[in-house]
Design a protein around this ligand. Structure first.
Ligand code: BES
Ligand code: MN
Ligand code: ZN
Length: 465
């Protein structure tokens, strides 16, 4: 685990003043003349993320003023670790924030600082320029910041690593490292063992690849504690299969294990926080490749649970591997089952990159997750599990088709497909997420991203406290 850009103390640290735009005028008026003029002549307005370096008489930077807008933007500090001059900084004053909110502001400032410092540097010959460092602010929820940051960093690293170095074998190795770090048990079912152990759908999707498909199954915690199971789509590269994707659609498909990466990052956080749950993480890890033995359009694939799948389109592979993974998860009737998957382009058309689509038949679970999303700066949006659309994936020859002919309501029909393999009595949520930042935003550099992680962590923490 690489260190976060935070230190316990540094007497040389440059002090930071955070200020809301509303508080700026009266605060500035009370400053010495030179400060007043400098703030005005540099055009400082206090908008979120804006910074103003204040010179000392000797020309060094004596203080940095940071705008935090109306004080509610949790990403306000997200751009600073890469924008401020190299060095160490310490939160010193927060101006304009209601009494009692300062600790919350400082917690989010520190987390945004960490998440914005992230760079994926594995393949660069030159060493990465160091981010600016923050002194841990007092009175903040340090465990939350460390947990959330390390979880997101692991997830981003897994997603950003190209498929050549993050195939099913490497994703499984990463899960093994995580299990060893936290004393979790882990089993792998690999290649033809998937057939003898009754995971035929995972095998069908992954069998054409040079690296064998496998089922990753991690278990941690007291066997008597409530069972929380996380399932993640682990398609290490999605060529589309025989229904091959056009090049622009294939370009970023190294990220198609984003759901698996998200649940592995989350698992590390849950174990590090020692939440009182019996955690299980199931990731079907495959490459959707093209070869003479690839599964074909029109094939009928048996499943672990029983319902047969007609392959309408080999590019709808995620739901096929998840069918067996969800069936396995439900065999022990967990108290909570959450799956994360880069499942459909349709969810992205509907909600864009930033909002995972949430599907569940359980209204109170949906409300908890949506609320936790907004509380934890990790929003998502609910879409309907509208059973009226189940007919769109009816098959003439098998029990269900993996793709609707019309393509309408594609995110919903994918979720309904998954529901076929989930037990009636299991509280279940499906999150269809993007796994990627398409553009740079404060705290969210371009590349792999851990959507829904903080929201799900918070719901698990609260449900099973
Ligand atoms: N991994 C893709 C979905 C995807 C594409 C997510 C781009 C995020 C960005 C998935 O396996 C897929 O190809 N889905 C198809 C399903 C269709 C063939 C029914 C899709 O969404 O087009
Ligand atoms: Mn696909
Ligand atoms: Zn896919």
């Amino acid at each position: 685990m690489s260190p976060l850009p935070l230190v316990d103390s540094d007497p040389q640290a440059t002090p930071l003043t955070l200020i809301t735009d509303a508080a700026l005028d009266s605060w500035r008026d009370a400053q010495p003349n030179a400060v007043k003029i400098w703030l005005s002549s540099t055009g400082f307005s206090g908008k979120s993320g804006e910074r103003c370096l204040m010179p000392e008489e000797d020309g060094t930077v004596g203080r940095v003023i940071i705008g935090i807008g109306d004080g509610t933007d949790k990403w306000a500090g997200g751009g600073l670790s890469r924008a401020l001059p190299d060095g160490t900084y310490a939160l010193d004053q927060t101006i304009g924030v209601p009494d009692g909110d300062e600790n919350d502001v400082a917690t989010w400032f520190a987390l945004a600082w960490c998440l914005g410092a992230y760079r994926f540097h594995r393949y660069k010959s030159e060493s990465s320029p160091a981010p600016a460092v923050l002194v841990w602010p007092n009175h903040i929820d340090r465990g939350y910041v460390e947990g959330a940051a390390h979880a997101a960093i692991l997830t981003r690293d897994l997603i950003n690593t190209p498929a050549e170095d993050m195939g099913p074998d490497a994703l499984a190795a990463a899960a093994e490292v995580l299990a060893a770090e936290h004393g979790a048990a882990i089993t792998m079912t690999i290649g033809d063992d998937l057939l003898s152990e009754n995971y035929p759908a995972i095998h069908a999707v992954g069998r054409a690849a040079a690296v064998a498909p496998r089922l990753i199954d991690l278990v941690w915690g007291d066997a008597e504690s409530p069972k929380v199971t996380l399932v993640g789509k682990g398609v290490c590269f999605d060529s589309g299969g025989l229904d091959i994707k056009p090049s622009n659609g294939m370009r970023w498909m190294k990220k198609d294990m984003g759901g698996g990466a998200t649940v592995l990052g989350l698992a590390g956080w849950i174990m590090r926080a020692n939440l009182p749950v019996r955690l299980r993480v199931i990731v079907p890890a495959v490459e959707n490749a093209i070869s003479g033995n690839a599964f074909r359009p029109g094939d009928v694939v048996p499943t672990r649970k029983g319902p047969t799948i007609e392959v309408g389109n080999t590019d709808a592979e995620g739901r096929v591997v998840l069918a067996d993974a969800l069936a396995l998860a439900c065999e022990e009737s967990p108290a909570l089952l959450i799956d994360c998957a880069t499942l459909t382009g349709a969810a992205r058309v509907a909600l864009g990159p930033e909002l995972p689509a949430l599907f569940t038949p359980d209204d109170s679970l949906a409300d908890e997750l949506l609320e936790a999303g907004f509380q934890n700066n990790d929003p998502m949006w609910r879409l309907p599990l509208w059973t009226g659309y189940r007919r769109l994936i009816d098959s003439k020859v098998a029990d269900v088709s993996n793709s609707g002919e019309s393509g309408l309501a594609g995110a919903i029909t994918a979720a309904l497909f998954l529901k076929t393999f989930v037990g009636e009595d299991t509280p279940w949520v499906h999150l269809d997420l993007f796994g990627w930042n398409p553009d740079d935003k404060p705290g969210r550099p371009v590349g792999g991203e851990a959507y829904a992680q903080r929201a799900v962590f918070d719901v698990i923490r609260k449900r099973f406290a």
